[in-house]
Design a protein around this ligand. Sequence first.
Ligand SMILES: CC(C)(COP(=O)(O)OP(=O)(O)OC[C@H]1O[C@@H](n2cnc3c(N)ncnc32)[C@H](O)[C@@H]1OP(=O)(O)O)[C@@H](O)C(=O)NCCC(=O)NCCS
Length: 324
Amino acid sequence: MSTLTEAREAARQVTDALLRVAYRGAYSLAMAYWFVRRPSIEGVFVGVWHGRRVLLLQNSYKRQFSMPGGGPHAGESHVQTGLRELREEVGLTLDAAQLRPTYDVVDWDEFKRDHVFFVEVEVEAEPQVTIDRREVVWAAFMDVDAALQLPLSSPVRAYLTEAARRRAPPTLHFIQPGHALYPEELELRFRVLREPLGFPRSAVTFPFEAESLHLVAQQGTQVVGCVLFHPEDALKGRLFQMAVHPSLQGRGLGARLVVALEQELRRKGFTHVHLHARAAVVPFYERLGYEVYGEPFTEVNVPHRHMRKTLGSSMFPGGRSQEA
Ligand SMILES: CC(C)(COP(=O)(O)OP(=O)(O)OC[C@H]1O[C@@H](n2cnc3c(N)ncnc32)[C@H](O)[C@@H]1OP(=O)(O)O)[C@@H](O)C(=O)NCCC(=O)NCCS
C-alpha cells in the first residue's frame, strides 16, 4: 500500500469513528425527544431470507442486533421504504415485486408508540452486502434459531419468532382423501405438475386416489411436497405425483419424501416400485437407486422414462445403489 493510500485509509477510519459518535449522539437526542413527547411513529423492517437464514445487522448506536429498516419518507409505501433502506444500509438493490408485507406489531419501547411493519423477500443465494461502518457496523446472514439467541429489540424478536415457526422444517404425514390437508395436496399437484403444462384442475386427480398412499410434507398450514403410491398387488406398485413447492426445490425435501415412502412400503411388505419419470428428472430418481428400463415414451406431452427399484432391507434407509 502506498503512503498516500495509507493516509486516505487512516483519514477514512477517523471519519467513520467520528460519524459513529455523531450517530450515538443523535440517537441519545432522539431518545430525549421521545421521552418528552411520547410520539407515535412508524417503522419498516425487511426480512431478507435464504431458507431459514436471515440478514441481520448491527447499528453503531445500539447494542441490540437488528434488520435493515427505518422510518418511511413522506408518501412511501412500506415496500418502497424497505427497498430504500436495503439500498442505503446494506447496498442491496431488489425489485418491488420481490418484497411482500408479512407482519406488523405495535411496540412501546424507548418512550414511543412504534407501529413496526415487516416486509419479506426470499433470495435464491445469499447476496454480498456492503455496509458504511458508520450507521451500520456489521451485517451477515444467520440461522434464525441462532439469531433468536442474540440481544434483539422486541419487535424484531416477535417477527423472527413468528417467521421461525412459519419456516420450521416440513413435517411428513400419510393422509387420505378427505383429510384436512388433501385439498392443499391437490393444489400443490395442480400448481407444480399440471398448471405449468397447461392442464386444467380437473386433470389433477387419478381414478385410484382413494386406494393410494398419499405422503405430504406440511409446513405451517401449507402442503409443500407430496408423493403418492398406487399398490398394484401385494408386492408392487407405482410411485406417482411427486412434487415439491418451487420455493423449496433442491433442498432435499423430494429425496426425504421418497425415502420416507419407501420405508413405509417396506414395512407394508412391498418389494418393487416403478414410476414414470419425466426425462429431466431421471437423475433425481437415479440418485435414489431407481434404474431406467424400457423405451422412452410421452405422457402429458412430456418425454418420460420408465424407472424401477427393488426395495432391499431397511439397513440402507437412504438407499442408493445397494438397493437397486
Ligand atoms: C423433481 C423434484 C420432486 C425433486 O425434489 P427436490 O426437493 O427438488 O429434490 P432434492 O433436493 O431432494 O434432490 C435430491 C437430489 O436429486 C438431485 N436432483 C433433484 N432434481 C434434479 C433434476 N431435475 N435433475 C438432476 N438432479 C436433480 C439434487 O441435486 C439432489 O442431489 P444430491 O443428493 O447430490 O444433493 C422437484 O424438483 C419437483 O417437484 N419438480 C417439479 C415437478 C416434477 O418434475 N416432478 C417429478 C415428476 S416425474
